[in-house]
Every structure is written in structure tokens, then in C-alpha cells.
Design a protein around this ligand. Structure first.
Ligand SMILES: [Zn+2]
Length: 408
């Protein structure tokens, strides 16, 4: 019923006509007159555009390219945003989870710990804004993981410390304002971010009316943003990308697992529970813990060296020596008090349908009206951005063919 009402409203809405004069104009010969604007909408699952009324995203597909975007494992926010920024899998970029223990630094990283987030020692590789700045291309970020700290002593020309209180519209207005700065200081690469629909879906579950309504609200934000962008002198030179970092699965209380029911907490040096769970065992207990974990339903427990190769995960010392990947829909905690709840969660196997993310791109460089049939690993974003900006990439895990299939 909800969907029907939503579609009716959709029919009444004015479909955004992005069909650009842009496509008819000559492309720049080098990076200097090109612009790229990337928006990441956290947790925007690949199938939301089919479930919600998203006329702006639909029009982006008509005038550009759409693909499913495959997150890295673990399918959580910090490792994936930094993987997109560096073109490196989490094992290679150093951010192996939203929270982990780094033996090389003897420090704990947590996305909720401002001091750790600001410590450049956690961040490996070269974020694309640094690659660009090194080559005299100005960049700006409005919240992107890694841009709040000086990795290798560099940061974007403009960046912001994360503050969820900044309304999304203000973020959009800032991006538009930056594209009107004097040419000498105008950023040519802009990356911005919304923490929705992730937050709503965690609370209400991905298929809830609240989450679908949030997806539609974000589409309206996009409609506003593109309407403003069309007024810019440089509109015809901008390549736009709208993507997400991962999807979302419904979590069911009856599938909840509390490791505290099976394992003694004092046998571990560090525990980071959730999806996935990373355990750093005391050496003498490792085999016992591993054997016990094998008997617990609805989870898969691996010694880090035995993780499936396709996950590209576990070679780094920062990964716990035991890694637990729950089945879709199962949440895992290691707590004195169990707190099973209904809602949404992610971090699962990155091949799971529910974890797939969105990728839309439109502008002078991209093919038109094209749906890519295979899903694109998100580490290719770095190589795509350096290609669009015509700058020299640093070593990365992207593949040129993956990038090329999107371009004219
Ligand atoms: Zn989330």
C-alpha cells in the first residue's frame, strides 16, 4: 500500500530534466578545466531506487551510467569510505574495521573516538585528495573518512570536522558555493556525504516505511542540488557521481548471538563485537575458542589466515586473529547483558545481495542511458577520479577496464 501511494506521488512530481547541454560541449584536454563532484549517501542499498520514488536518481541513470557498487569486506562505513578514497582494500589501507586494535601502534582505533580518527598513523595509502593536491588540483570535502586528518601531511584545500547537526541542504549549498569560488582557489574535486539513510535503517530496518521515506527525502535533496548546480557557469564541465558505501539487512532478535554465553571474556586481549566481530585471543586459548565458535549456530568463525581469498581480508596484523562473520540477519555481541533487537545492520559478507550499494554517474565524461550489468568493486573509485581529473594515480587496487566501461 505504501509503495502504491508513493508511486502515485511520483507520477505527480516533475521529473528532473538533467539532459545536459553538457553532453554536447567539448571536453577539457587536461585536469585544469574539469570538475568532479561525488556524493556518498551512507547505507543507500542497491534496491532502494526500485522500492522508493526516486525520480532524480532515475533521471541520472537516463543521462548517465548506473551500476551496483560492491563494498569491500567488512561492509561498514569507515573502511569503505577510505577504500574508495585510496583505491585500496581495507587490508591495504589500514582501516580494517570501524573499530580494531593496531598492534603496530599498540593503539585502538574507533570511528567513535575523535582522537583516534584524527591520528594519521592509522591511515595508509594516498587519499585521492592528496594525489590531486600534490598535482596542484584543489579539492574539498564535506565529511569524508580520512579527510579530517593530515595523511602524509596533506589534506583537502577545504575540509570539515564531522558534525551530524549540519543539515544536508547546508552541505549541498556549500558544494554549490565552492564551485563559485574564484578560479584560482576553486576545488576541482568535491566529495560530500550524508549519514542517511543508514541511521534511519539501523533503527527501523531497511524495508520500513521510514527508510523508504528517507531514501525519497534524499532524492529530493538531490533534485534541489542539481537544480542549483545547473545554474553554475561550470555546470557543463562537471562530472557528477552519486554512490553509497554499503547496503543494509534486516536484523532479527530471534537470530541474535551473544558470545558471552559461550566464551570467557578474560581469554581475549581485545574484543570488537558486532558485524563482523574481531577477536584478539590470548595465544594459549586461540584453538579452544576457534573450536567452540564452530558449534555456535548462525555465525561463521575463521582464523584470519583461513578467510576466503575473495574477501581480500586478514593478511593485515590489525585484523583480529579470529574473525566472525554472522549469517545475514544475525547480530553478534559479546556483552554481559544481551540486547537483541529488530532493526537494520551491515558489515556482512560483501557478496551478499543486501550489502550491495548504488553507483550513478552523469556528466561530460560518462556514457548515457547505460546500466552496467556486473557490480563494480568500490576500490575503483580512486582510479575513476584520477582518470576524470587527468592526474597521475598512486598505486591502487582498481582496474582500468572497470573504469573504462563507464566512460565515453
Ligand atoms: Zn551503518
Amino acid at each position: 500500500m505504501y509503495k502504491r501511494v508513493s508511486l502515485f506521488a511520483c507520477c505527480l512530481s516533475v521529473v528532473l530534466t538533467l539532459v545536459c547541454q553538457a553532453c554536447a560541449l567539448p571536453q577539457g584536454k587536461n585536469g585544469s578545466d574539469r570538475y568532479v563532484v561525488v556524493l556518498s549517501m551512507d547505507g543507500f542499498r542497491a534496491d532502494y531506487p526500485e522500492k522508493a520514488c526516486t525520480p532524480t536518481l532515475d533521471s541520472l541513470e537516463r543521462v548517465g551510467v548506473r551500476a551496483d557498487f560492491r563494498p569491500c569486506f567488512p561492509s561498514v562505513t569507515f573502511p569503505n569510505h577510505y577504500a574508495m578514497a585510496t583505491g585500496l582494500y581495507p587490508d591495504h589501507n589500514g582501516l580494517v574495521n570501524n573499530a580494531f586494535y593496531a598492534a603496530d601502534l599498540d593503539e585502538v582505533y574507533s570511528s567513535r573516538d575523535g582522537k583516534a580518527v584524527a591520528n594519521p598513523a592509522f591511515y595508509g595509502g594516498e587519499p585521492v585528495w592528496n594525489t590531486a593536491q600534490r598535482q596542484d588540483v584543489n579539492t574539498a570535502t564535506f565529511f569524508w573518512v580520512g579527510s579530517e586528518t593530515a595523511v602524509n601531511g596533506r589534506q583537502p584545500s577545504i575540509w570539515k570536522p564531522f558534525d551530524s547537526k549540519v543539515p544536508f541542504k547546508n552541505r549541498a549549498d556549500s558544494v554549490i558555493a565552492w564551485l563559485q569560488l574564484p578560479e584560482s582557489i576553486r576545488p576541482h574535486l568535491i566529495m560530500w556525504y550524508t549519514e542517511e539513510p543508514d541511521a534511519t535503517a539501523h533503527g527501523a530496518s531497511p524495508d520500513s516505511p521510514a527508510t523508504i521515506a528517507m531514501a525519497e527525502k534524499l532524492d529530493s535533496l538531490l533534485a534541489y542540488f542539481f537544480a542549483e548546480a545547473r545554474k553554475l557557469d561550470v555546470f557543463d564541465k562537471i562530472d557528477f557521481i552519486v554512490l553509497s558505501d554499503h547496503g543494509m539487512a534486516t536484523s532479527y532478535p530471534e537470530r541474535y548471538v551473544n558470545l558471552n554465553d559461550y566464551l570467557p571474556r578474560d581469554s581475549f586481549d581485545f574484543i570488537f563485537d558486532g558485524v563482523p566481530t574481531l577477536l584478539y585471543t590470548k595465544e594459549s586459548y586461540r584453538e579452544t575458542a576457534y573450536q567452540i565458535l564452530q558449534k555456535i549456530p548462525r555465525i561463521k568463525a575463521y582464523k584470519k589466515e583461513e578467510l576466503p581469498e575473495r574477501l581480500m581480508y586478514g593478511k593485515r596484523s590489525r585484523v583480529g586473529d579470529l574473525v566472525i562473520i554472522p549469517d545475514i540477519g544475525t547480530s553478534v555481541q559479546f556483552r554481559e547483558q544481551s540486547s537483541p533487537r529488530f532493526g537494520g545492520n551491515h558489515g556482512y559478507d560483501n557478496a551478499a545481495t543486501e550489502m550491495q550499494a548504488i553507483f550513478y554517474a552523469a556528466g561530460p565524461s560518462f556514457k548515457k542511458n547505460t546500466r552496467i550489468q556486473t557490480s563494480i568493486p568500490n576500490v575503483n573509485l580512486y582510479l575513476l577520479l584520477t582518470t576524470l581529473l587527468n592526474i597521475e594515480p598512486s598505486p591502487n587496487d582498481g582496474e582500468q577496464e572497470q573504469v573504462q566501461q563507464l566512460l565515453k
